[in-house]
Ligand binder design. Structure first.
Ligand code: FAD
Length: 413
């Protein structure tokens, strides 16, 4: 079959950041076949990052859309919203929707994303406990925020902290309840955690560590109480559960595909079945130092999508090896991370340059991650250096820890 045959069919399950991008990139790469972009949410595909940032403040929906309606028409992308895929019939090469309709594919791309993790906290499933993953959640929170005096956030990760900063700006009292001993512990270095703790406390947020929530009670008047393992109790009138996400991998698992912290794919982002790829938040791919990596970021969603589109449209069989990067906006602080902080066995914190801060992560003396606060230029330089690879601590020290100069010199050589 020719890579650009007009009768070739791509079906994409999940119309989020990754799904939308693979459809767009397929056309950019000259794919001539049919594209069905199937998602269970209503409306046009949208981006999630503003949900806990700008959108939480302004509620402007149009800014969320990844592309206007005309884009899908112009590019002959069949968008099927509010359509949940419930099964993959691998033998027939079809996906089955909840209404029984079937959609045949030559290439299937699973971009099913993730959903919020629900920790075993008594009362966490109460309808009044809010969460933040999609537009409906964001609208529900926005609607309540105006009449909330004290919001309790369970989880001191990115989403909980971004919400906390916005809520404080709106004059809401905020308590963050974190089970571990520092903020954003899963991804950020201790120095960055400390910087953000100082900032949030400065904005008036109460942060509690080693505070394990064990129960949530919501009274008929909407008053909320969160019980802690220590025996303490916090009273408020809104509870946001922000305790991480789990990949939507059940569809793939039921179809017999390998699962390993998400849908397992190889270096080309292909699952156990050669006709099925998986991308974005739902996919775990081979890591640079062995093991598997599953990223929860716009970068991974977009770069995975472009990679798969090139393979389907052009037959490009190369391995996926884009440098991971991520950002989080909290108040006036922009955290940017390039590379994988989890690989670091040593760290160097550079002297703070005004409000900007940089933490370098090394593995066996080689640069593997760079965290910056309010340092976009350094972040971009870090991405270039990480893409080059093999940058050593000694090399950086010799360059006076000036990542931008080093990246410039590397580009010129
Ligand atoms: C509030 C918030 C703030 C964020 N901020 C940042 C940030 O600052 N920086 C950053 O890099 N990342 C951020 N992220 C993460 C980023 O948005 C995700 O990594 C990205 O959306 C992943 O894209 P995806 O397409 O893999 O998954 P998703 O965007 O989750 O899309 C998956 C879609 O598939 C649908 N779906 C699932 N199963 C089925 C099925 N069986 N049938 C049909 N449809 C299905 C889902 O409903 C969903 O619409 C944020 C996320 C949230 C929620």
């Amino acid at each position: 079959m020719s890579a650009t045959a007009a009768d070739e069919r791509v079906v994409i399950v999940g119309a989020g950041q990754a799904g939308q991008q693979v459809a767009a990139s397929l056309r950019q790469e000259g794919f001539k076949g049919t594209i069905a972009l199937i998602g269970d949410e209503p409306g046009l595909p949208y981006q999630r990052p503003p949900l806990s940032k700008g959108y939480m403040k302004d509620g402007l929906r149009e800014r969320l859309q990844l592309a206007p309606a005309a884009f899908y028409e112009r590019n002959a992308i069949t968008l099927l919203p509010e359509t949940r895929i419930v099964a993959i019939d691998r033998a027939a090469r079809q996906v089955v929707a909840a209404d029984g309709s079937r959609h045949g594919y030559d290439h299937l791309v699973l971009a099913t994303g993730a959903r919020n993790f629900r920790p075993p906290i008594l009362g966490a499933d109460h309808g009044e406990v809010v969460e933040l993953r999609d537009l409906r959640h964001a609208d529900a929170i926005r609607e309540r925020l105006g009449r909330t005096r004290h919001a309790i956030v369970i989880g001191g990760g990115f989403i909980g902290l971004e919400f906390a900063a916005v809520a404080r700006e709106a004059g809401v009292e905020v308590t963050v309840v974190e089970a571990l001993d520092r903020l954003m512990a899963r991804v950020a270095s201790p120095a960055i955690s400390a910087r953000f703790l100082e900032a949030h406390r400065g904005w008036g947020t109460r942060v509690m560590f080693e505070a394990l929530a064990t129960g949530i009670e919501i009274g008929p008047d909407g008053r909320a109480g969160v019980a802690l393992a220590t025996g303490g109790r916090i009273e408020g009138d809104m509870v946001l559960l922000a305790t991480g996400i789990v990949p939507n991998a059940e569809l793939a698992a039921e179809a017999g595909l390998g699962i390993e912290n998400g849908i397992a794919v190889d270096a080309r982002l292909v699952t156990d079945a050669p006709a099925i790829s998986a991308i974005g938040d739902c996919a775990s791919f081979p890591g640079p130092k062995g093991g598997r990596v599953r990223l929860e970021s716009v970068q991974a969603a977009v770069d995975h999508a472009r990679h798969v589109a090139r393979r389907i449209a052009k037959g490009d069989m190369g391995a996926y090896e884009a440098v991971p990067w991520f950002w989080s906006d909290q108040g006036d602080l922009k955290l940017q991370i390039a590379g994988l902080t989890s690989l670091a066995d040593a760290r160097v914190s550079l002297p703070q340059d005004g409000p900007a801060e940089t933490v370098l992560g090394f593995s066996e003396g080689v640069l593997v991650a760079v965290e910056t606060v309010n340092g976009p230029g350094t972040h971009m330089a870090a991405r270039r250096l990480l893409a080059r690879g093999g940058v050593t601590e000694a090399e950086l020290r010799e360059a006076g820890w000036d990542l931008r100069a080093l990246a410039k010199a590397a580009a010129a050589s």
